[in-house]
Write a protein that binds this ligand. Structure first.
Ligand SMILES: Nc1ncnc2c1ncn2[C@@H]1O[C@H](COP(=O)(O)OP(=O)(O)OP(=O)(O)O)[C@@H](O)[C@H]1O
Length: 645
């Protein structure tokens, strides 16, 4: 390495060991400051180890060849630091320093690079059983770099964070930078976290939790250890909103949608009975969005987690050689955080801030030769691979400064259209790339690392999304109109009889006993942070919207019950009221969770009675027929039926 243009810094430092490097991690900063280097801010000296001298060289990124000797830290699109260990004791200093780097070329840059983290899952039994030696091709060197040591290639990659096989769900949540996304979504940015990787590489495990959606039925201790990034972020979001509302008089509103892209068709996961394929539309104000996707205001953490759980259960799943519970669709959970800005006093000038937190669990790429997909599964595989290829093409184009100003093929798939703002737009993005360390996955792992390596070069220009309060009101009015029409039609189908006990917010039952709760308590409700119903105009219309949505659910349920009784299912899958969980949560421990498959369905009369009761969480429980065939979205392992309390 040439030492001519080298800036040298002496820092007392001891080599970081893979086994303990999580102790040295620093959280990715929460500010939108793109100029901070990714080297840990303070590097501790271990006792009894000889500190050594490091030479830090700044180089143009395109000249960097990853090598196994030195650490390379990319700090911006065009610049990388090489940190070389010299063991030069003459220059040794005992003071170790906090080291941050400020880019001098554009200190006021509003750009934000896509952050990329790598998670390596442990090898599974099949991989251990494979006769290829040596089995592991990936070695995490420290919290930022990973060495790929394949048959033909050996390369070192540097990322914002690298998590090895031993890393826990808690560590991934804490050090991945996802908290920064939550904070920025609260501040009005569109923040997206997406998981990418080969099939079976651990995306759903990382995003939702061990066992996928079944995690929500496990005992408390198991959940605490194994919940994934999404439920942890939801918990953190509610904590932050509660803290923030103490500081401001203006309340927050949360609006949620959940959809999947399955075979290039968009399906609603909250209301799977909605028309099968929803359309992606584009507008100047909103960018790309899904037309007619069901959005619902929620107030408690339980409601949001129930939506997450139910949405996951409604997702298209299948089993193949590489993964017994393989997601066959890209799932997108969108949590919009609205706040009427308090700064503006003039009603006509009032603005509403609309941050959004989006979680995307991508379907995994797969080689048909390995997964042995046939027939319908083969069609799914082709669609998955095609949309991931388009995503890859977009990432390549966006990460190449010579191409990014040109045509980016977002329009070639629904996935890329919906991710357009997160990648190369005005959002903030975090990519979690999941990989297996096994030699039998070496090509796929190398591809994922390359993919991820390109993604970290993408820059966005994040902007806070605000809209005039009047626009928000107008849009809500339009939705209220639609809901009224739909409710009118439903009432007509029910023979014009008004349903019993139409919901009002006064008799809302804050059911906090859900198994899904991370921490079910009144403190997790946003309702407590808001004023009464007779608030501002937007508050009123949101409440009206919510009441109509609840009425809509109730009417749909009644219609469903009636049609069931008359033996003419109307095709819309609706509520299952679920049986009480056993007293001891241990009943859902992994050891004996098989027994939970012995579902108990309530007699119709009792079911109807329970439906009449306004148990809020049950709004989102969808009908799942254990033996349904032909719809892969219904192939999940368990359908626990729980009684509403
Ligand atoms: N970090 C991890 N620790 C322990 N087990 C893991 C880890 N990551 C994944 N697994 C296990 O590996 C298997 C596959 O994981 P998962 O279903 O999350 O993969 P995926 O990438 O979502 O696959 P697909 O794209 O096919 O949906 C699961 O049994 C999961 O529990």
């Amino acid at each position: 390495m040439s030492k001519q243009s080298v800036k040298t810094y002496t820092i007392g430092i001891s080599p970081l060991h893979s086994s303990s490097y999580n102790t040295y991690r620093t959280e990715i900063p929460t500010s939108n400051n793109n100029n901070q280097i990714m080297v840990p801010e303070s590097i501790p000296i271990e006792k009894n180890t000889l500190p050594c001298m490091y030479v830090i060289e700044s180089k143009p990124t395109d000249q960097i060849v990853e090598d196994s000797q030195n650490d390379a830290y990319q700090i911006g699109i065009n610049e990388t630091f090489i940190i070389e260990q010299t063991n030069d004791e003459d220059n040794f200093t005992t003071n170790y320093s906090t080291f941050t780097h400020t880019l001098t070329d554009d200190p006021s840059s509003d750009k934000d690079r896509v952050r990329v983290i790598i998670r390596v899952r442990p090898m599974n039994n099949k991989e251990y059983a494979s006769d290829k030696q040596p089995q592991k091709v990936l070695h995490c060197v420290n919290e930022n770099s990973i060495v790929f040591d394949g048959g033909q290639h050996s390369r070192r990659f540097a990322f914002d964070s690298v998590f090895d096989e031993a890393s826990t769900q808690e560590e991934v949540f804490h050090y991945s930078g996802v908290k920064r996304l939550v904070d920025m979504a609260i501040d009005g940015y569109i923040a997206t976290c997406f998981a990418y990787g080969q099939t079976g590489s651990g995306k759903t495990h990382t995003m939702i939790g061990a066992e996928g959606a079944s995690i929500f039925r496990m005992d408390k201790n198991y959940r605490a250890r194994n919940l994934g990034v999404v439920p942890r972020s939801i918990d953190y979001l509610f904590q932050r909103l509660r803290d923030k509302t103490m500081e401001t008089s203006s309340p927050y509103y949360i609006r949620v949608s959940y959809c999947e892209i399955y075979n290039e068709q968009i399906r609603d996961l909250i209301r799977p009975g909605n028309p099968d394929s929803l359309q992606v539309r584009g507008s100047v104000e909103e960018g790309f969005y899904v037309e007619n996707l069901y959005h619902t205001y929620i107030e408690t953490i339980d409601e949001l987690l129930t939506i997450l759980e139910e949405g996951e259960l409604n997702r298209a799943m299948a089993s193949h050689k590489l993964n017994e519970t393989s997601s066959r669709s890209h799932a997108m959970l969108s949590i919009q955080i609205e706040q009427d800005l308090p700064e503006y006093n003039d009603e006509n000038e009032q603005m509403t801030r609309q941050g959004k937190l989006v979680f995307v669990d991508l379907a995994g790429s797969e080689k048909v030769k390995q997964s042995h997909s046939k027939g319908k599964q083969l069609v799914e595989t082709n669609n998955i691979n095609k949309s991931l290829l388009t995503l890859g093409t977009c990432i390549s184009a966006l990460s190449d400064p010579s191409k990014r100003a040109g045509h980016i093929p977002y329009r070639e798939s629904k996935l890329t259209r919906l991710l357009a703002d997160s990648l190369g737009g005005h959002g903030i993005a975090l990519m979690i790339a999941c990989i297996s360390p096994s030699r039998i996955c070496e090509n796929e792992s190398l591809n994922t690392l390359r993919y991820a390596n390109r993604a970290k070069n993408i820059e966005n220009v994040p902007i806070v999304k605000t809209d005039s309060k009047q626009n928000v009101i107008n849009r809500l009015k339009l939705e209220v109109r639609k809901l009224k029409d739909e409710n009118y039609q439903l009432k007509k189908k029910l023979g014009g009889q008004p349903p019993n006990n139409l919901p009002t917010l006064k008799n809302r039952n804050y059911d906090s006993g859900s198994q899904t709760s991370i921490r079910s308590s009144a403190s997790s409700d946003l309702q407590n942070t808001r004023g009464p119903y007779n608030g501002t105009q937007t508050q009123k219309i949101r409440t009206h919207h919510e009441i109509l949505t609840r009425e809509n659910d109730k009417l749909a349920k009644q219609l469903y019950q009636r049609d069931q009784k008359q033996g003419q299912p109307n095709g819309r899958r609706i509520i299952v009221i679920e049986e009480d969980e056993p007293e001891e949560e241990e009943a859902y421990s992994p050891r004996n969770r098989q027994s939970s498959k012995n579902n108990t369905r309530l007699p119709d009369e009792e079911l109807l009675e329970l439906v009449r009761r306004p148990s809020y969480l049950n709004r989102y429980r969808t009908e799942r027929n254990k033996n349904s065939s032909g719809n892969s979205s219904q192939q999940r392992k368990t359908t626990v039926v729980r009684r509403a309390t």
